[in-house]
Ligand binder design. Structure first.
Ligand code: AHR
Length: 492
Protein backbone atom coordinates (compact mmCIF):
# COMPACT_ATOMS: atom_id res chain seq x y z
CA UNK A 1 0.00 0.00 0.00
CA UNK A 2 1.15 3.57 -0.70
CA UNK A 3 -0.13 6.55 1.27
CA UNK A 4 0.71 10.13 0.41
CA UNK A 5 -0.55 13.51 1.61
CA UNK A 6 -1.24 14.62 -1.94
CA UNK A 7 -3.68 11.75 -2.60
CA UNK A 8 -6.50 13.65 -0.90
CA UNK A 9 -10.08 12.53 -1.42
CA UNK A 10 -11.77 15.20 0.74
CA UNK A 11 -12.14 16.64 4.19
CA UNK A 12 -14.31 14.20 6.12
CA UNK A 13 -17.63 15.58 7.30
CA UNK A 14 -17.86 14.26 10.90
CA UNK A 15 -21.57 13.67 10.32
CA UNK A 16 -20.70 10.43 8.50
CA UNK A 17 -20.52 9.04 12.06
CA UNK A 18 -24.19 9.76 12.68
CA UNK A 19 -26.75 7.29 14.00
CA UNK A 20 -30.50 6.82 14.19
CA UNK A 21 -33.19 6.50 16.87
CA UNK A 22 -36.64 5.50 15.67
CA UNK A 23 -39.84 5.00 17.65
CA UNK A 24 -39.51 1.28 17.10
CA UNK A 25 -39.22 -1.63 19.53
CA UNK A 26 -37.07 -0.70 22.54
CA UNK A 27 -35.03 2.04 20.84
CA UNK A 28 -36.83 4.81 22.74
CA UNK A 29 -38.89 3.03 25.43
CA UNK A 30 -36.47 0.83 27.38
CA UNK A 31 -33.52 2.13 25.35
CA UNK A 32 -32.67 5.81 25.63
CA UNK A 33 -35.71 6.47 27.85
CA UNK A 34 -36.88 4.50 30.88
CA UNK A 35 -38.25 6.66 33.66
CA UNK A 36 -38.19 3.84 36.24
CA UNK A 37 -34.58 2.84 35.54
CA UNK A 38 -32.13 3.31 38.45
CA UNK A 39 -29.90 5.54 36.27
CA UNK A 40 -32.76 7.66 34.84
CA UNK A 41 -32.28 11.44 34.95
CA UNK A 42 -35.05 13.85 35.96
CA UNK A 43 -36.46 13.66 32.41
CA UNK A 44 -36.58 9.84 32.44
CA UNK A 45 -33.58 9.27 30.13
CA UNK A 46 -31.07 6.57 31.06
CA UNK A 47 -27.66 7.89 32.11
CA UNK A 48 -25.93 4.55 31.52
CA UNK A 49 -27.05 4.66 27.87
CA UNK A 50 -26.03 8.31 27.53
CA UNK A 51 -22.52 7.43 28.70
CA UNK A 52 -22.14 4.73 26.04
CA UNK A 53 -23.47 7.02 23.30
CA UNK A 54 -21.11 9.79 24.39
CA UNK A 55 -18.23 7.33 24.16
CA UNK A 56 -19.14 6.94 20.47
CA UNK A 57 -19.21 10.74 20.00
CA UNK A 58 -22.23 10.68 17.67
CA UNK A 59 -22.45 14.00 15.79
CA UNK A 60 -25.99 13.67 14.44
CA UNK A 61 -28.98 11.41 15.18
CA UNK A 62 -31.83 10.82 12.77
CA UNK A 63 -35.32 10.90 14.38
CA UNK A 64 -38.20 9.87 14.75
CA UNK A 65 -38.14 7.37 11.84
CA UNK A 66 -37.79 5.40 9.66
CA UNK A 67 -41.04 3.80 8.66
CA UNK A 68 -42.57 5.19 11.86
CA UNK A 69 -42.49 8.75 10.56
CA UNK A 70 -44.81 7.96 7.65
CA UNK A 71 -47.75 7.56 10.04
CA UNK A 72 -46.67 9.99 12.77
CA UNK A 73 -48.64 13.01 13.90
CA UNK A 74 -45.92 15.09 15.53
CA UNK A 75 -48.52 17.11 17.46
CA UNK A 76 -49.27 13.94 19.50
CA UNK A 77 -45.79 14.12 21.02
CA UNK A 78 -45.78 17.69 22.36
CA UNK A 79 -47.50 19.42 25.27
CA UNK A 80 -48.52 18.12 28.70
CA UNK A 81 -47.81 14.38 29.06
CA UNK A 82 -51.28 13.65 30.42
CA UNK A 83 -52.89 15.02 27.26
CA UNK A 84 -50.88 12.93 24.82
CA UNK A 85 -52.79 10.17 23.02
CA UNK A 86 -51.79 6.53 22.81
CA UNK A 87 -51.93 5.58 19.13
CA UNK A 88 -51.88 2.43 17.05
CA UNK A 89 -48.48 2.65 15.38
CA UNK A 90 -48.96 1.04 11.99
CA UNK A 91 -45.41 0.67 10.65
CA UNK A 92 -44.37 -1.72 13.42
CA UNK A 93 -47.85 -2.52 14.79
CA UNK A 94 -47.21 -1.36 18.35
CA UNK A 95 -48.82 1.11 20.73
CA UNK A 96 -47.08 4.50 20.69
CA UNK A 97 -47.55 6.15 24.10
CA UNK A 98 -46.07 9.50 22.97
CA UNK A 99 -44.20 9.95 26.26
CA UNK A 100 -41.20 11.02 24.23
CA UNK A 101 -41.68 13.51 21.43
CA UNK A 102 -39.89 16.33 19.60
CA UNK A 103 -38.99 18.47 22.64
CA UNK A 104 -37.79 15.63 24.86
CA UNK A 105 -35.67 14.20 22.06
CA UNK A 106 -34.18 17.56 21.03
CA UNK A 107 -33.27 18.37 24.64
CA UNK A 108 -31.70 14.92 25.16
CA UNK A 109 -29.72 15.12 21.90
CA UNK A 110 -28.34 18.51 22.86
CA UNK A 111 -27.31 17.18 26.25
CA UNK A 112 -25.30 14.34 24.71
CA UNK A 113 -23.71 16.65 22.13
CA UNK A 114 -25.56 15.46 19.00
CA UNK A 115 -27.45 17.37 16.34
CA UNK A 116 -30.90 16.12 15.31
CA UNK A 117 -31.63 15.04 11.73
CA UNK A 118 -35.42 15.38 11.72
CA UNK A 119 -37.65 13.49 9.30
CA UNK A 120 -41.07 14.78 8.23
CA UNK A 121 -44.09 12.65 7.42
CA UNK A 122 -44.71 12.52 3.66
CA UNK A 123 -46.72 9.30 3.96
CA UNK A 124 -50.03 10.20 5.61
CA UNK A 125 -49.29 13.92 5.73
CA UNK A 126 -47.48 16.55 3.71
CA UNK A 127 -46.67 20.25 3.24
CA UNK A 128 -48.81 21.61 6.06
CA UNK A 129 -47.64 19.33 8.90
CA UNK A 130 -44.02 19.72 7.80
CA UNK A 131 -44.01 23.51 7.70
CA UNK A 132 -45.82 23.66 11.07
CA UNK A 133 -43.32 21.30 12.69
CA UNK A 134 -40.44 23.38 11.37
CA UNK A 135 -42.05 26.58 12.70
CA UNK A 136 -42.57 24.85 16.06
CA UNK A 137 -38.94 23.75 16.22
CA UNK A 138 -36.99 26.63 14.71
CA UNK A 139 -38.95 29.87 14.81
CA UNK A 140 -37.95 32.02 17.79
CA UNK A 141 -41.47 33.19 18.77
CA UNK A 142 -44.37 35.50 17.97
CA UNK A 143 -46.24 33.00 15.79
CA UNK A 144 -48.81 30.31 16.61
CA UNK A 145 -46.54 27.24 16.46
CA UNK A 146 -43.43 28.85 17.93
CA UNK A 147 -45.44 30.29 20.81
CA UNK A 148 -46.97 26.87 21.36
CA UNK A 149 -43.44 25.47 21.81
CA UNK A 150 -42.66 28.23 24.28
CA UNK A 151 -45.87 27.47 26.18
CA UNK A 152 -44.65 23.86 26.37
CA UNK A 153 -41.60 25.02 28.32
CA UNK A 154 -39.07 25.35 25.48
CA UNK A 155 -38.42 29.07 25.25
CA UNK A 156 -35.48 28.76 22.87
CA UNK A 157 -35.89 27.27 19.37
CA UNK A 158 -34.24 23.90 18.78
CA UNK A 159 -32.49 25.21 15.63
CA UNK A 160 -32.66 21.87 13.83
CA UNK A 161 -30.64 22.27 10.66
CA UNK A 162 -31.07 18.97 8.80
CA UNK A 163 -34.48 17.70 7.62
CA UNK A 164 -35.37 14.51 5.72
CA UNK A 165 -38.23 14.80 3.22
CA UNK A 166 -39.99 11.55 4.16
CA UNK A 167 -38.60 8.03 4.47
CA UNK A 168 -38.21 5.19 1.94
CA UNK A 169 -41.11 6.45 -0.13
CA UNK A 170 -40.31 3.89 -2.87
CA UNK A 171 -41.11 0.93 -0.58
CA UNK A 172 -44.33 -1.09 -0.75
CA UNK A 173 -44.12 -1.39 3.07
CA UNK A 174 -44.19 2.39 3.47
CA UNK A 175 -47.45 3.96 4.64
CA UNK A 176 -48.33 6.31 1.78
CA UNK A 177 -45.87 4.84 -0.73
CA UNK A 178 -45.39 7.10 -3.76
CA UNK A 179 -44.44 6.73 -7.38
CA UNK A 180 -41.29 8.67 -8.25
CA UNK A 181 -43.36 11.40 -9.90
CA UNK A 182 -45.68 11.68 -6.91
CA UNK A 183 -42.78 11.78 -4.49
CA UNK A 184 -40.83 14.31 -6.54
CA UNK A 185 -43.79 16.68 -6.55
CA UNK A 186 -44.68 16.46 -2.86
CA UNK A 187 -41.03 16.60 -1.80
CA UNK A 188 -40.45 19.72 -3.90
CA UNK A 189 -43.55 21.50 -2.60
CA UNK A 190 -42.77 20.55 1.01
CA UNK A 191 -39.20 21.74 0.62
CA UNK A 192 -40.39 25.03 -0.89
CA UNK A 193 -42.69 25.77 2.05
CA UNK A 194 -40.08 24.68 4.61
CA UNK A 195 -37.45 26.96 3.10
CA UNK A 196 -39.91 29.87 3.33
CA UNK A 197 -40.22 29.17 7.07
CA UNK A 198 -36.45 28.79 7.60
CA UNK A 199 -34.08 29.34 4.67
CA UNK A 200 -31.08 28.14 6.71
CA UNK A 201 -32.13 24.47 6.82
CA UNK A 202 -30.59 21.61 4.81
CA UNK A 203 -32.87 19.12 3.10
CA UNK A 204 -32.48 15.45 2.24
CA UNK A 205 -34.45 14.11 -0.73
CA UNK A 206 -35.50 10.49 -0.36
CA UNK A 207 -33.50 8.01 -2.46
CA UNK A 208 -33.92 4.27 -3.00
CA UNK A 209 -34.39 1.93 -0.02
CA UNK A 210 -31.63 -0.35 -1.31
CA UNK A 211 -29.87 -1.44 -4.48
CA UNK A 212 -32.39 -4.31 -4.70
CA UNK A 213 -35.37 -2.01 -5.31
CA UNK A 214 -36.85 -2.58 -8.77
CA UNK A 215 -37.03 1.19 -9.31
CA UNK A 216 -33.35 1.79 -8.46
CA UNK A 217 -31.79 3.98 -9.95
CA UNK A 218 -34.68 5.32 -12.02
CA UNK A 219 -36.19 6.56 -8.73
CA UNK A 220 -33.17 8.83 -8.22
CA UNK A 221 -33.27 10.14 -11.80
CA UNK A 222 -37.00 10.96 -11.73
CA UNK A 223 -37.28 12.34 -8.19
CA UNK A 224 -34.16 14.48 -8.55
CA UNK A 225 -35.66 15.99 -11.67
CA UNK A 226 -38.02 17.69 -9.19
CA UNK A 227 -35.84 18.19 -6.13
CA UNK A 228 -32.33 18.74 -7.54
CA UNK A 229 -32.17 22.49 -7.00
CA UNK A 230 -34.06 22.57 -3.70
CA UNK A 231 -32.48 19.64 -1.82
CA UNK A 232 -28.90 19.42 -0.56
CA UNK A 233 -28.59 15.65 -0.23
CA UNK A 234 -30.16 12.45 -1.48
CA UNK A 235 -30.53 9.53 0.92
CA UNK A 236 -29.25 5.94 0.55
CA UNK A 237 -30.29 3.01 2.75
CA UNK A 238 -28.72 -0.45 2.80
CA UNK A 239 -28.66 -3.46 5.13
CA UNK A 240 -26.81 -6.75 4.62
CA UNK A 241 -27.15 -10.25 6.05
CA UNK A 242 -25.41 -13.61 6.00
CA UNK A 243 -28.44 -15.88 5.84
CA UNK A 244 -26.68 -18.65 3.95
CA UNK A 245 -23.60 -18.62 6.21
CA UNK A 246 -21.21 -17.74 3.40
CA UNK A 247 -18.80 -15.51 5.29
CA UNK A 248 -16.43 -14.83 2.39
CA UNK A 249 -19.37 -13.54 0.37
CA UNK A 250 -20.78 -11.65 3.35
CA UNK A 251 -17.51 -9.78 3.94
CA UNK A 252 -17.52 -8.70 0.29
CA UNK A 253 -20.92 -6.99 0.63
CA UNK A 254 -19.30 -3.59 1.12
CA UNK A 255 -18.53 -3.80 -2.61
CA UNK A 256 -22.27 -3.52 -3.19
CA UNK A 257 -22.32 -0.44 -0.95
CA UNK A 258 -19.52 0.97 -3.08
CA UNK A 259 -21.50 0.29 -6.26
CA UNK A 260 -24.56 1.94 -4.66
CA UNK A 261 -22.63 5.13 -3.82
CA UNK A 262 -21.04 5.31 -7.26
CA UNK A 263 -24.35 4.77 -9.05
CA UNK A 264 -26.24 7.37 -7.00
CA UNK A 265 -23.41 9.89 -7.47
CA UNK A 266 -23.46 9.24 -11.22
CA UNK A 267 -27.24 9.61 -11.36
CA UNK A 268 -26.99 12.92 -9.48
CA UNK A 269 -24.36 14.07 -11.96
CA UNK A 270 -26.58 13.02 -14.87
CA UNK A 271 -29.41 15.20 -13.51
CA UNK A 272 -26.89 18.00 -12.91
CA UNK A 273 -25.81 17.84 -16.55
CA UNK A 274 -29.40 17.66 -17.79
CA UNK A 275 -30.31 20.76 -15.80
CA UNK A 276 -27.10 22.61 -16.73
CA UNK A 277 -26.75 23.07 -12.97
CA UNK A 278 -23.66 24.30 -11.15
CA UNK A 279 -24.69 22.58 -7.97
CA UNK A 280 -23.30 19.23 -6.78
CA UNK A 281 -25.73 16.95 -4.96
CA UNK A 282 -24.26 15.27 -1.87
CA UNK A 283 -25.17 11.88 -0.42
CA UNK A 284 -26.66 11.09 2.98
CA UNK A 285 -26.24 7.36 3.68
CA UNK A 286 -28.71 7.70 6.50
CA UNK A 287 -29.47 4.02 7.17
CA UNK A 288 -26.79 1.35 6.98
CA UNK A 289 -25.91 -1.74 8.97
CA UNK A 290 -26.15 -5.52 9.16
CA UNK A 291 -29.75 -6.62 9.76
CA UNK A 292 -31.06 -10.18 9.57
CA UNK A 293 -30.49 -12.04 12.85
CA UNK A 294 -33.83 -10.98 14.36
CA UNK A 295 -36.05 -11.50 11.30
CA UNK A 296 -37.57 -14.82 12.40
CA UNK A 297 -38.17 -13.77 16.02
CA UNK A 298 -39.80 -10.53 14.90
CA UNK A 299 -42.37 -12.41 12.85
CA UNK A 300 -43.64 -13.99 16.11
CA UNK A 301 -44.02 -10.80 18.19
CA UNK A 302 -47.60 -9.98 19.18
CA UNK A 303 -48.92 -6.64 17.93
CA UNK A 304 -50.08 -3.65 19.96
CA UNK A 305 -47.71 -3.57 22.90
CA UNK A 306 -45.44 -0.73 24.05
CA UNK A 307 -41.72 -1.19 23.40
CA UNK A 308 -41.61 -4.86 22.28
CA UNK A 309 -38.17 -6.41 21.58
CA UNK A 310 -38.24 -5.81 17.80
CA UNK A 311 -35.22 -5.92 15.48
CA UNK A 312 -32.91 -6.92 18.35
CA UNK A 313 -30.08 -8.35 16.27
CA UNK A 314 -27.35 -9.87 18.41
CA UNK A 315 -24.24 -9.06 16.43
CA UNK A 316 -21.36 -11.45 16.04
CA UNK A 317 -17.72 -10.94 15.21
CA UNK A 318 -18.07 -11.18 11.42
CA UNK A 319 -20.78 -8.49 11.54
CA UNK A 320 -18.21 -6.17 13.15
CA UNK A 321 -15.82 -6.87 10.26
CA UNK A 322 -18.44 -5.94 7.66
CA UNK A 323 -19.39 -2.83 9.64
CA UNK A 324 -15.67 -1.97 9.57
CA UNK A 325 -15.60 -2.39 5.78
CA UNK A 326 -18.75 -0.30 5.41
CA UNK A 327 -17.10 2.49 7.42
CA UNK A 328 -14.03 2.19 5.19
CA UNK A 329 -16.30 2.52 2.14
CA UNK A 330 -17.90 5.68 3.52
CA UNK A 331 -14.45 7.15 4.21
CA UNK A 332 -13.27 6.40 0.68
CA UNK A 333 -16.26 8.36 -0.62
CA UNK A 334 -15.87 11.34 1.70
CA UNK A 335 -16.02 13.63 -1.34
CA UNK A 336 -19.70 12.78 -1.95
CA UNK A 337 -21.01 11.17 1.26
CA UNK A 338 -21.37 13.98 3.79
CA UNK A 339 -23.74 12.32 6.25
CA UNK A 340 -24.37 8.72 7.25
CA UNK A 341 -26.32 7.07 10.05
CA UNK A 342 -25.53 3.68 11.52
CA UNK A 343 -29.02 2.28 11.93
CA UNK A 344 -29.74 2.25 14.69
CA UNK A 345 -28.28 3.28 18.07
CA UNK A 346 -29.89 1.41 20.97
CA UNK A 347 -31.52 -2.09 21.05
CA UNK A 348 -32.96 -1.91 17.52
CA UNK A 349 -30.21 -3.23 15.14
CA UNK A 350 -27.84 -1.36 17.38
CA UNK A 351 -24.30 -1.14 18.76
CA UNK A 352 -25.73 -0.65 22.28
CA UNK A 353 -28.07 -3.11 24.02
CA UNK A 354 -29.98 -2.73 27.26
CA UNK A 355 -32.06 -4.76 29.68
CA UNK A 356 -35.26 -3.10 30.85
CA UNK A 357 -34.43 -1.99 34.38
CA UNK A 358 -30.94 -3.48 34.09
CA UNK A 359 -27.61 -3.33 32.34
CA UNK A 360 -26.39 -1.72 29.12
CA UNK A 361 -23.56 -3.16 27.04
CA UNK A 362 -21.53 -2.87 23.83
CA UNK A 363 -22.28 -5.18 20.91
CA UNK A 364 -19.43 -6.32 18.63
CA UNK A 365 -20.20 -3.61 16.03
CA UNK A 366 -19.73 -0.92 18.68
CA UNK A 367 -15.96 -1.13 18.24
CA UNK A 368 -15.32 -0.36 14.56
CA UNK A 369 -17.88 2.45 14.87
CA UNK A 370 -16.08 3.79 17.95
CA UNK A 371 -12.66 3.64 16.30
CA UNK A 372 -13.81 5.33 13.09
CA UNK A 373 -15.64 8.06 14.99
CA UNK A 374 -12.67 8.63 17.28
CA UNK A 375 -9.75 8.38 14.84
CA UNK A 376 -11.46 8.94 11.48
CA UNK A 377 -11.77 12.71 11.50
CA UNK A 378 -9.63 14.89 9.24
CA UNK A 379 -8.78 14.35 5.57
CA UNK A 380 -9.57 11.11 3.82
CA UNK A 381 -6.55 10.00 1.77
CA UNK A 382 -6.75 7.52 -1.08
CA UNK A 383 -4.55 4.50 -0.33
CA UNK A 384 -3.07 2.88 -3.44
CA UNK A 385 -3.52 -0.80 -2.69
CA UNK A 386 -2.05 -3.87 -4.33
CA UNK A 387 -3.74 -6.81 -2.63
CA UNK A 388 -4.36 -10.47 -3.44
CA UNK A 389 -7.99 -11.05 -4.40
CA UNK A 390 -10.65 -13.76 -4.23
CA UNK A 391 -13.89 -14.63 -5.96
CA UNK A 392 -17.04 -15.04 -3.85
CA UNK A 393 -20.57 -16.16 -4.69
CA UNK A 394 -21.77 -12.68 -5.73
CA UNK A 395 -18.53 -10.77 -6.24
CA UNK A 396 -15.35 -11.22 -8.22
CA UNK A 397 -11.91 -9.78 -7.55
CA UNK A 398 -12.57 -9.01 -3.90
CA UNK A 399 -9.37 -7.59 -2.38
CA UNK A 400 -8.44 -9.32 0.87
CA UNK A 401 -7.14 -5.99 2.11
CA UNK A 402 -9.83 -3.35 2.53
CA UNK A 403 -8.45 -0.03 3.66
CA UNK A 404 -8.99 3.70 4.21
CA UNK A 405 -6.59 6.32 5.51
CA UNK A 406 -7.26 9.46 7.51
CA UNK A 407 -4.81 12.31 8.06
CA UNK A 408 -4.98 15.13 10.57
CA UNK A 409 -2.19 17.52 9.67
CA UNK A 410 0.60 17.79 12.21
CA UNK A 411 -1.33 15.39 14.38
CA UNK A 412 -2.04 11.87 13.29
CA UNK A 413 -2.18 9.46 10.39
CA UNK A 414 -4.55 6.53 10.81
CA UNK A 415 -4.75 3.43 8.65
CA UNK A 416 -8.02 1.48 8.92
CA UNK A 417 -7.73 -2.02 7.48
CA UNK A 418 -9.84 -5.17 7.31
CA UNK A 419 -8.23 -8.47 6.38
CA UNK A 420 -11.09 -10.33 4.71
CA UNK A 421 -9.10 -13.57 4.51
CA UNK A 422 -10.81 -16.11 6.76
CA UNK A 423 -7.81 -18.42 7.18
CA UNK A 424 -4.59 -16.49 6.64
CA UNK A 425 -2.86 -13.41 7.98
CA UNK A 426 -1.87 -10.67 5.51
CA UNK A 427 1.52 -9.02 5.57
CA UNK A 428 0.97 -5.28 5.18
CA UNK A 429 3.80 -3.15 3.81
CA UNK A 430 2.74 0.46 3.56
CA UNK A 431 4.85 3.26 2.09
CA UNK A 432 4.47 6.34 4.31
CA UNK A 433 7.72 8.05 3.25
CA UNK A 434 5.85 11.34 2.78
CA UNK A 435 5.23 11.44 6.52
CA UNK A 436 8.70 12.08 7.87
CA UNK A 437 9.47 11.10 11.44
CA UNK A 438 6.06 9.52 11.97
CA UNK A 439 6.09 6.67 14.50
CA UNK A 440 3.51 4.05 15.39
CA UNK A 441 1.58 5.08 18.47
CA UNK A 442 -0.92 2.22 18.54
CA UNK A 443 -2.06 -0.78 16.50
CA UNK A 444 -5.56 -1.69 17.64
CA UNK A 445 -6.93 -5.08 16.56
CA UNK A 446 -10.38 -6.64 16.75
CA UNK A 447 -10.01 -10.38 16.19
CA UNK A 448 -11.61 -13.61 17.37
CA UNK A 449 -11.21 -17.29 16.60
CA UNK A 450 -14.96 -17.67 16.20
CA UNK A 451 -16.66 -15.57 13.50
CA UNK A 452 -19.96 -16.15 15.30
CA UNK A 453 -18.81 -14.95 18.74
CA UNK A 454 -21.13 -12.39 20.38
CA UNK A 455 -21.15 -10.06 23.38
CA UNK A 456 -23.75 -10.34 26.12
CA UNK A 457 -24.59 -8.39 29.27
CA UNK A 458 -22.39 -10.86 31.17
CA UNK A 459 -19.44 -11.41 28.84
CA UNK A 460 -17.71 -9.10 26.40
CA UNK A 461 -16.09 -11.76 24.28
CA UNK A 462 -15.36 -9.55 21.24
CA UNK A 463 -13.33 -6.51 22.24
CA UNK A 464 -10.26 -4.80 20.81
CA UNK A 465 -6.68 -5.00 22.07
CA UNK A 466 -3.66 -2.85 21.27
CA UNK A 467 -1.11 -5.59 20.73
CA UNK A 468 -1.16 -5.46 16.92
CA UNK A 469 2.60 -5.05 16.71
CA UNK A 470 2.84 -2.77 13.63
CA UNK A 471 6.30 -1.23 13.15
CA UNK A 472 7.55 1.74 11.15
CA UNK A 473 11.02 1.37 9.57
CA UNK A 474 12.64 3.62 6.91
CA UNK A 475 9.33 5.18 5.94
CA UNK A 476 7.42 1.88 5.65
CA UNK A 477 4.78 0.50 8.02
CA UNK A 478 5.11 -3.26 8.43
CA UNK A 479 2.23 -5.09 10.06
CA UNK A 480 0.77 -8.53 10.31
CA UNK A 481 -2.99 -8.33 9.87
CA UNK A 482 -4.38 -11.46 11.47
CA UNK A 483 -6.90 -13.53 9.57
CA UNK A 484 -10.38 -11.98 9.61
CA UNK A 485 -9.46 -8.87 11.55
CA UNK A 486 -10.21 -5.15 11.92
CA UNK A 487 -7.10 -3.02 12.38
CA UNK A 488 -6.47 0.59 13.32
CA UNK A 489 -2.83 1.60 12.90
CA UNK A 490 -2.15 5.04 14.36
CA UNK A 491 0.99 7.03 13.55
CA UNK A 492 2.22 10.36 14.85
O1 AHR B 1 -34.12 0.88 10.54
C1 AHR B 1 -35.22 0.04 10.44
C2 AHR B 1 -36.11 0.35 9.25
O2 AHR B 1 -35.40 0.05 8.08
C3 AHR B 1 -36.52 1.78 9.07
O3 AHR B 1 -37.65 2.12 9.79
C4 AHR B 1 -36.79 1.87 7.60
O4 AHR B 1 -36.55 3.15 7.09
C5 AHR B 1 -35.91 0.81 7.00
O5 AHR B 1 -36.62 -0.02 6.16
Amino acid sequence: MVVDKSYKIAEIDPRIYGSFVEHLGRAVYGGIYEAAHPTADTYGFRNDVKTLIQELNVPIIRYPGGNFVSGYNWEDGVGPLGDRPKRLELAWRTIEPNEVGTNEFARWAKEIGSEVMMAVNLGTRGVDAARNLLEYCNHPGGSYWSDLRRSHGYEQPHKIKTWCLGNEMDGSWQIGQKTPQEYGRIAYETAKAMRLVDPTIELVSCGSSSTAMPTFPEWEAVTLDHTYEIADYISLHQYYGNRDHDSANFLARSMDMEHFIRTVASTCDYVKAKKRSKKTMYLSFDEWNVWYHSNDTDAKIDPWTIGPPQLEDVYNFEDALLVGSMLITLLRHADRVKMACLAQLVNVIAPIMTENGGRAWRQTIFYPYLHASRYGRGESLLPIVDSPKYDAQDYTDVPYLDSAVVYREEEELTIFAVNRHLDEALGLRCDVRGFEDYRIIEHIVLEHEDLKAVNTAEVESVKPHSRGGAECRDGFVHARLSKASWNVIRLK
